[in-house]
Each structure stands twice: as C-alpha cells, then as structure tokens.
Design a protein around this ligand. Structure first.
Ligand code: SAH
Length: 225
C-alpha cells in the first residue's frame, strides 16, 4: 500500500490502525490455521508498524517480510505466528530468543511468556529494538547466539530466527528437559523449520516445513563472508 502520512485518511483506514491488525490476524493467521488465542491476541496488541522502517509503515501489516537494515529482515507475520505456535507456550516459560532483529517477535514473546532473554549480534539493531520495547520481562544482550546464553540457562523454550547449517550443540545443552526449540536448518537459500524436543537424553526432531531466513552467523552457524 502506498501511504503518504501527509494525505489525511479516516482513522480506521490508516495503515497503522487497530483494524489493520484485526485484518492481519483474521486473514493471515487465523484463516491459515493459527489457533492459539494468546498468540492471536498478542498479534492484535503489538504495534508492528513501530518495528519497521518509517517509509514502510504502509506495508507493516502486509503478508511479507520487510528490510530492517544491515541486510536483515523482520519476518512475515504468519511465519512468526507459526514458529510461536510450534513452541507450545503455556504462559510461564523462560525463553531464549536468538536474533532480536527489529524486536517485533521479542514483544510478542514478552506478551505470552514469563521472561524473554534475547540476543542479537548487530549492536545497532539491538539498541534500536531496546528503545521500542517497554517490557519488564525482557533481558537483552549483544552476543553470538549460536553459543546460547549459558549464564541464564536452562531455558523452557529456544527460538532461533535466523537460518543455521546445523542445530548448534550448545543450544541443545541449554534446553530444559521437555523443553522445545524451533530453528530453521538448511543452506543459505532455503531451510526446513525444525521443532526439537528434549526428552531426557533423547532429542526428538520434527520437520515443520520449508522456510527462508537470513543467515545465523556465528561460531556454531555460518561464518562471516
Ligand atoms: N525476529 C526478528 C527477525 C530478525 S532477522 C524480527 O522480528 O525482527 C534475524 C536476526 O538474527 C538478524 O537481526 C541477525 O543480525 C541476527 N543474528 C544472526 N546471527 C546471529 C547470532 N549468531 N547471534 C545473534 N543474532 C544473530
């Protein structure tokens, strides 16, 4: 949608309106099978347009990823909802998020869990996300998320929002028993979303479908070019 903030439109039709979020929740999430009411409520509440570049506000609630600078993207809303649903959140979880990016997904997680530990490798992105996130249950750090956050481990859930060549060993180590991790694994152009469940010493991996993410760059991920 082309949006010029200088041209007046009625409040309900503005691209950043409550109604724009309602339409996103109905047409992109609920109609495609997202069932968790707490996830749908979080998408209704969190103002995605504040997490995109100002010139992209007109597209903030559209059905695709958007650039957030530094070669990174804010994921398509449906993909975020799909990953959150795969985490099977009940409300009291301690979560590790790898790849803060814009901070949008961090806000959604903060709405539906007990505490979010989020890590990002690009300091400028983390700083920008931090200024937008007014939650008491988020801890931020610039670090290589492929190594997790051992000082705060173990975690009930781990969500990786960048594509990795493999499942980093340290992340499995930092997952609680019966904990769940979702992570895209594959090559640089295409990945499969994996849901990894830890059952004692056993690791159960389930493929949840194809996806495309930016690269997870770090010691246990892709190397910098
Ligand atoms: N969920 C984010 C999407 C971020 S894109 C959002 O809603 O905006 C993926 C992010 O992962 C990028 O910001 C990238 O810089 C970050 N990233 C890549 N490798 C990383 C690593 N090893 N540790 C931490 N963050 C990493």
């Amino acid at each position: 949608m082309n949006y010029d903030p200088k041209i007046p439109v009625s409040p309900a039709d503005r691209p950043e309106s409550e109604r724009a979020r309602t339409l996103m929740v109905q047409n992109q999430l609920a109609s495609r099978g997202i069932q968790s009411q707490s996830i749908l409520d979080a998408f209704q509440k969190v103002t995605r347009h504040l997490f995109v570049k100002p010139e992209d506000i007109g597209q903030a609630y559209e059905d695709h990823p958007l650039s957030i600078g530094f070669g990174q993207t804010i994921s398509q809303p449906y993909m975020v909802a799909y990953m959150l649903e795969a985490l099977d959140l009940r409300g009291g979880e301690k979560i590790l998020e790898i790849g803060t990016g814009s901070g949008y997904q961090t806000a959604l997680l903060a709405e539906i869990s007990a505490h979010v530990y989020t890590v990002e490798r690009i300091p400028e992105l983390l700083k920008s996300a931090q200024t937008k996130l007014d939650y008491r249950n988020i801890s931020f750090q610039v670090r290589d998320g492929t190594l997790g956050w051992p000082e705060m481990a173990p975690f009930d859930r781990i969500i990786v929002s960048a594509g990795s060549p493999k499942i980093p060993e340290k992340l499995i180590e930092q997952l609680k028993d019966k904990g769940i991790m979702v992570i895209p694994v594959g090559n640089e152009f295409h990945q499969d979303l994996f849901r990894v469940v830890r059952q004692g010493d056993q690791i159960i991996k389930e493929r949840k479908g194809g996806c495309v993410f930016v690269k997870l760059i770090g010691q246990e991920g892709w190397q910098l070019d």
